[in-house]
Design a protein around this ligand. Structure first.
Ligand SMILES: [Zn+2]
Length: 139
């Protein structure tokens, strides 16, 4: 007797499965679904439902696909764009979270972003990356 999980694993053998792009699609479908609660125009609502169904179909197609090379190439292309955006969002969240304790300054020499303790006054800062020293004002 095989249980459901074993049967599912057999079924998924040689198939592509989950990746970053598919996880993103799951998130996108969920967000679009929520947004659609606030769309009261019937035609627009229907179009959004159709878009979501297409996204779900695309996700299932990618998961069950046996063309693993093609799917992972798609995922690599996606990750190239997605990762910088994700990192930027993470950075902005962190910057917002510690806005009381730190100020962010750009090193004039190497353009690296530095975190400076939020103490009012003029400070001399040394960039840990390029060792360049510069003055910065915190109000
Ligand atoms: Zn620097």
């Amino acid at each position: 007797m095989m249980n459901f999980l074993q049967r599912f694993q057999m079924f998924m053998q040689g198939r592509y499965g989950m990746d970053t792009l598919n996880k993103f699609l799951v998130g996108a479908v969920f967000v679009i679904y929520i947004i659609n609660f606030f769309v009261f125009n019937r035609v627009a609502h229907l179009i959004i439902v159709l878009i979501n169904l297409l996204l779900i179909a695309l996700m299932i197609f990618r998961m069950l696909s046996r063309n693993i090379n093609r799917r992972s190439a798609e995922n690599r292309q996606f990750v190239k764009v997605y990762n910088p955006v994700k990192n930027w969002v993470k950075y902005m969240i962190r910057r917002f979270k510690d806005r009381d304790q730190y100020r962010y300054r750009k090193c004039p020499s190497c353009k690296a972003t530095l975190r400076v303790k939020n103490k009012p006054g003029t400070h001399t800062v040394r960039c840990p990356k390029c060792r360049y020293e510069f003055k910065t004002k915190i109000r």
